[in-house]
Design a protein around this ligand. Structure first.
Ligand code: PGA
Length: 230
């Protein structure tokens, strides 16, 4: 089981240090923390893998506001998220950009958690599988079934809303994704200590990508404990 915490734009270096000091997950679970760029150096060096929340495809260049895989490796970061729906929706990231980010990061030696997921409108119009197919195939075409690649299924309508996919909806989507690419698939979207066990009991869920509930060390540890029991 892999449980990743996406802190989004929360926790500067000081809060990051405080979190790491009190966070005690069970050893049987692989934990990844994804702090903001400026807090990465405060988080590395501990027992948990530290991933950035994004990574550029070039190693250097005129790309204001971007950070390369080589720079992340230099500060001890082990991987990066790519294609989070907040990047796709708010910052115009396309499938092609997400695929290039994934491919370059893997080539540089980073792990990658590549996010995919449908909007509510797409689900309601029956397009979930089509959307997942397009998003996953773009990543698979660029990166193949790389051993350091993990997919995260995050239905956009479940992110930060308090509404999770039902375990059955998650299982169905995960099974569909695994039919497209033979890699572990994490579920993300309002995962909390109260619902983690039921979701992670589904056979095709290989872990979780947690946003809001990863900001508190006790609630994130509780999710990790639920994962260690499933
Ligand atoms: P959430 O976010 O757990 O707060 O819904 C998940 C994510 O955005 O990765």
């Amino acid at each position: 089981m892999l449980i990743a915490g996406n802190w989004k734009m929360f926790k500067g270096p000081q809060e990051t240090r405080t979190f790491v000091e009190s966070f005690r997950p069970p050893e049987s679970v692989d934990v990844v923390l994804c702090p903001p760029f400026v807090s990465l150096e405060s988080a590395v060096g501990g027992p948990h893998a530290i991933y950035a929340q994004n990574v550029h495809w070039e190693s250097s260049g005129a790309y204001t506001g971007e950070v390369s895989a080589e720079m992340l490796l230099e500060v001890g970061v082990q991987g990066a998220l790519v294609g989070h729906s907040e990047r796709r929706q708010n910052f115009g990231e396309t499938d092609e950009m997400v695929a290039r980010r994934a491919r370059s990061a893997l080539d540089a030696g980073l792990g990658v958690i590549a996010c995919v997921g449908e909007t509510l409108e797409q689900r309601e119009s029956g397009d979930t599988e089509l959307v997942l197919k397009i998003q996953v195939e773009a990543i698979a075409y660029a990166a193949g079934e790389h051993e350091k690649l993990v997919i995260a299924y995050e239905p956009v309508w479940a992110i930060g809303t308090g509404t999770t996919a039902t375990p059955e909806q998650a299982e169905e989507a995960h099974r569909f994704i695994k039919g497209l690419i033979d890699r572990p698939v994490l579920y993300g979207g309002s995962v909390k200590p109260e619902n983690a066990a039921e979701l992670l009991a589904q056979p095709s869920l290989d872990g979780a990508l947690v946003g809001g509930a990863s900001l508190d060390p006790d609630s994130f540890a509780a999710i990790c404990h639920a994962a260690s029991r499933s």
